[in-house]
Design a protein around this ligand. Structure first.
Ligand SMILES: NC(=O)c1ccc[n+]([C@@H]2O[C@H](COP(=O)([O-])OP(=O)(O)OC[C@H]3O[C@@H](n4cnc5c(N)ncnc54)[C@H](OP(=O)(O)O)[C@@H]3O)[C@@H](O)[C@H]2O)c1
Length: 286
């Protein structure tokens, strides 16, 4: 068990919300997170710091969001209470290994790097609290699923993470790396799987004579409508909702029967497992 946040720091972090957050790497995801934090007034731009390998992206981020710029990661680590590792997984060891000793025990480190496990991060940064966090791309429009796993059960830490990421969507803490993998596959890769299904939908509609833009709209609205209906009927199971659109020997029933004969569920499960295996391979490679 890591030492608890000191009462003073916990107070500063949670109640005064005056903590300083630093992003090492100001690429796509970091910018989306910074936007969410500022637009939703979780923190002021003056509480956010950034550094980036190439100066152009940092300059653009600083100009767009009016955050503070650090000339290097070491300065950022020295300044910030929360450090977000927002580089690609293959860049993480090179960025962090030389600076590991610069982190202190009250700091919170949030890693966004896919495939780098909590245990691997703990080996590098044994003195800090570490969060592994996985947002999916709908976080860009505040409809994400943001899962995290922590190396510490401190409830003040959980409160901080929820405060920070609620503006980006549904935040949930998972229990271990296995669950983290399930969340990565089903929600992050899952967003891609849903797009693939939507492409099949649109193609079929177009083959029936609709122009692409109309077919796209019909597809998107069908997925959106079904999702919103499910979201707003949370007393009903998905089976109940399906039963409501399926009458015996009707049109939907005929289509569903065929989907079951073709074992669509088995094909999807197989794809999920393949994605999970790839996640494990990436972890080994890194
Ligand atoms: N995008 C998503 O939807 C998504 C979803 C879930 C998780 N993730 C994870 O989030 C992380 C970031 O993804 P991204 O899409 O935002 O990537 P990205 O746009 O490529 O951003 C990464 C940034 O890190 C910078 N960088 C690399 N090494 C650095 C170093 N040593 N010091 C400082 N900055 C450094 C890069 O600088 P340069 O300008 O030199 O390239 C780049 O701007 C990845 O680990 C990814 O696995 C992304």
């Amino acid at each position: 068990m890591k030492p608890q946040l000191s009462p003073r720091l916990a107070w500063e972090l949670k109640l005064a919300l005056r903590y300083k957050i630093g992003f090492i790497g100001t690429g796509n995801l970091a910018q989306a997170m910074i936007k969410g934090l500022i637009e939703n007034k979780v923190v002021e731009p003056t509480q956010i710091y950034g550094c980036n390998r190439s100066p152009g992206k940092l300059q653009k981020t600083v100009e767009t969001f009016r955050i503070n710029s650090c000339s290097n990661a070491e300065d950022l680590i020295e300044t910030c209470d929360i450090v977000v590792l927002a580089m690609k997984p293959q860049d993480l060891p090179g960025a962090i290994d030389p600076l590991a000793a610069s982190f202190n025990e009250n700091q919170i480190v949030i890693s966004l790097a896919a495939g780098i496990t909590l245990r691997m991060l703990e080996k590098k940064l044994s003195q800090t609290r570490i969060i592994r966090l996985m947002p999916n791309t709908p976080s860009l429009i505040s409809r994400g699923v943001i899962g995290y796993v922590a190396n510490d059960d401190d409830s003040s830490l959980e409160a901080i993470i929820e405060d920070m990421f609620n503006p980006l969507g549904y935040v949930l803490k998972v229990e271990d790396e296995d669950q983290f993998e399930a969340l990565t596959v089903s929600c992050s890769s899952g967003t891609g799987f849903v797009f693939e299904l939507m492409m099949y939908w649109q193609d079929w509609i177009e083959e029936r004579g609709f122009p692409p833009d109309v077919a796209r709209k019909m597809t998107v609205e069908t997925f959106l409508g079904a999702s919103l209906l499910a979201s707003q009927s949370n007393q009903s199971s998905l089976e109940d909702l399906l039963a409501k659109v399926t009458s015996k020997k009707g049109i939907t029933a005929a289509g569903l029967q065929s989907m079951r004969e073709l074992e669509i569920e088995r094909a999807l499960r197989y794809s999920f497992e393949k994605a999970a295996l790839r996640n494990q391979e990436l972890a080994k490679d890194t």
